[in-house]
Ligand binder design. Structure first.
Ligand code: HEC
Length: 116
């Protein structure tokens, strides 16, 4: 391969990985509707049905991604979270699903984090 081709291949690779990383908020919304996450976390994701259930609206997307990935891992793995309810919820989710769900929940107005 000559240098121009290599540069082109690198550019294409960078473009592809950017597409993969960009979250799709509308898809995140469709997914939480499909899985009916609101049945526990509240219709606005800020008024859960039980005080022990966490508010999700406005939470940092990184935190939500980390939490969902940890539930999916379960507690038999390093950095897993052990919760029977949420592990079952997270099991069917792909990395892409988690990325999109986190972006959607983060976009909602909530009282958890300060916005600058
Ligand atoms: C049957 C009730 C129920 C449903 C349905 C449910 N959750 Fe949960 N969720 C919980 C409970 C209870 C916890 C707290 C678990 C714990 O103590 O670790 C939780 C925790 C979480 C957390 C961690 C929040 C934090 O602050 O650490 C996230 C993120 C989350 N849920 C997202 C979702 C998503 C996304 C869906 C839909 C795919 C969903 N939940 C569906 C009950 C539910």
């Amino acid at each position: 391969m000559n240098n121009k081709l290599i540069a082109l291949a690198l550019l294409a690779g960078a473009a592809l990985s950017q597409t993969a990383a960009a979250a799709d908020v509308a898809n995140g919304r469709a997914l939480v509707e499909k899985y009916n996450c609101a049945s526990c976390h509240g219709k606005d994701y800020n008024s859960p049905i039980d005080p022990g259930y966490p508010r999700l609206a406005g939470q940092h997307a990184d935190y939500l991604k980390h939490a969902l990935t940890a539930y999916r891992r379960g507690d038999s793995a390093m950095n897993g979270r052990n919760n029977a309810i949420m592990s079952a919820q997270a099991k069917p989710l792909t990395d892409r699903d988690i990325n999109d769900i986190a972006a959607y929940l983060h976009s909602l107005p909530g009282s958890l984090v300060l916005r600058k």
